[in-house]
Each structure stands twice: as C-alpha cells, then as structure tokens.
Design a protein around this ligand. Structure first.
Ligand code: ZN
Length: 249
C-alpha cells in the first residue's frame, strides 16, 4: 500500500473509534525548531545531561541553571506550534481526539489550542521549590537572576519538569494509564519509545486492545512490536493529510 492509502485506512479506523488518544514525543516539535535530546542533532551532543540530574542539580544549581535557562526558556519561547500540533488541536475540537499525552515540556500543544493535555514529564511554564513545594510561574523577572529562589523560603527553584532520578508526576501518570485503558486507538506522533516509563503507556494501550497508529520519519521500537499502521513521514505532513481525510467524513 502507498502512503495515501495507509492514511486513508488510518482515517477510517480513527473515524469509527469511540475513544482516540494521541501520544506525542520530541519528533512532533522538531519542526517547530526544538531539537530533540537524543540523536545526531540532539541537545545531549553538546550539553552534558548531568545538568538535569536531580542530585547534580541540587548540589550545583549554579552550574545547571544558566544552561537550563538558555535551552528550556530562551529557546522554547521562540518556538511556535506547527501544523501537526494544530491538526491535533482541531481534531480534539471536532470531538475526535479525547486527550493528548505528551512527553514534551514545550507547551506547544496548549498553545495550538489543545485543552486536554497530560504532561507526562511535567511542564516548563512553572518552577517548583524543592524545599517547601511552592510553585511559581515563569516570568522574565523570576529568571533574571539564576538560580532563581523561592519567594517563600529562599531555597533554589527547579523547573517543574521531570529530571533524571525523579519520578513521573502522579496525576499525569494515573490519567495517562487510564487513557491507555479507555482508548480504542492510540495515535503515536514523533515518539520512538526509548524513554521509560513513558514508552510503557502505548504498550499498555495495546494490551487493552487499542489499535496503534504510528507517525514517524523512521521505524521505531514501536514499529516492530505494537504498531498496527505505520505512517512514515514528517509529522506535519502526515497529520495535515490525516486531518484532511477526517474532515471529509
Ligand atoms: Zn520554598
């Protein structure tokens, strides 16, 4: 089958499903100018991942913070949602997609208009105090001096996304596993399944009987294990086509 026929088949399945959940990863934001962590163009090629290691961060916030600020706040602010984010938001508005589980912390789904977004790895719009758990919205003012300090107890603030060595936010995790149980279709976009425990969510969905539709530029660990329909290509192009097909129905 050629890609057009495959997209058509995927659209048929999505249109007839009661509950469709999208599951997204770094690949969907690459075309918004946000580099992935891993791979040839990945952030970890030039930056030591220890800046996001929770123990290292606690001991050396003055080393971690300037790089964190540059990568996750300055660069993310310039990024705009792309066609794939926008198509997913439109499908939610049309009642076709019930929820988006994302491993990304760039906030681009919400900026594209998605409402029901489960941020499996937290977010980059707020900071959290490791001492008293106070949360603070990110502003230019709070980031003007790094490391930023808690307004309540003066301890160092940490971005409210998951660092290496930290666990997944409980609510996002439990809601994501509920989606895996409830979904008839899991639409994987730009995620290769290398990051645990996030990668277990689609596995769970499959074991509860969901049809797995995968959009990626290359085969991933899902392709050979759980994927039912593989749509190869850039997420912007495939999502645009898929949305177009679904809008014709
Ligand atoms: Zn505090």
């Amino acid at each position: 089958m050629n890609i057009k026929d495959e997209i058509h088949r995927a659209a048929e399945i999505i249109a007839s499903a009661k509950h469709v959940t999208a599951f997204t990863g770094a690949g969907i934001s690459v075309e918004s100018g946000i580099p992935p962590f891993r791979g040839k163009q990945g952030i970890w090629n030039t930056v030591d991942p220890q800046i996001l290691d929770i123990t290292f961060f606690q001991q050396h916030p003055e080393v971690s913070w300037p790089l964190i600020k540059e990568i996750f706040f300055n660069r993310f602010r310039d990024a705009e949602p792309n066609t794939a984010h926008i198509a997913l938001a439109a499908l939610e508005q049309q009642g076709i997609i019930k929820a988006i589980i994302t491993q990304n912390i760039d906030g681009l789904h919400q900026r594209a208009g998605s409402k029901h977004v489960l941020e499996f790895h937290g977010n980059s719009h707020q900071l959290v105090c490791l001492q008293c758990r106070e949360t603070v919205c990110v502003t230019d003012k709070i980031l003007s001096n790094v490391p930023p300090r808690c307004p309540r107890c003066n301890a160092v603030l940490k971005p409210d996304f998951v660092f290496f060595g930290e666990s997944i936010p409980e609510l996002a995790a439990s809601r994501s596993y509920k989606e895996a149980k409830d979904a008839n279709v899991f639409l994987l976009v730009g995620t290769t399944g290398l990051i645990q425990p996030a990668s277990l969510v689609p596995m769970d969905a499959k074991s509860y009987g969901a049809t797995i539709i995968e959009i990626n530029t290359e085969h991933s660990s899902y392709t050979r294990s759980i994927t039912d329909i593989f749509l190869q290509g850039r997420s912007t192009e495939i999502m645009k086509e898929l949305h177009h097909e679904l809008s014709m129905k």
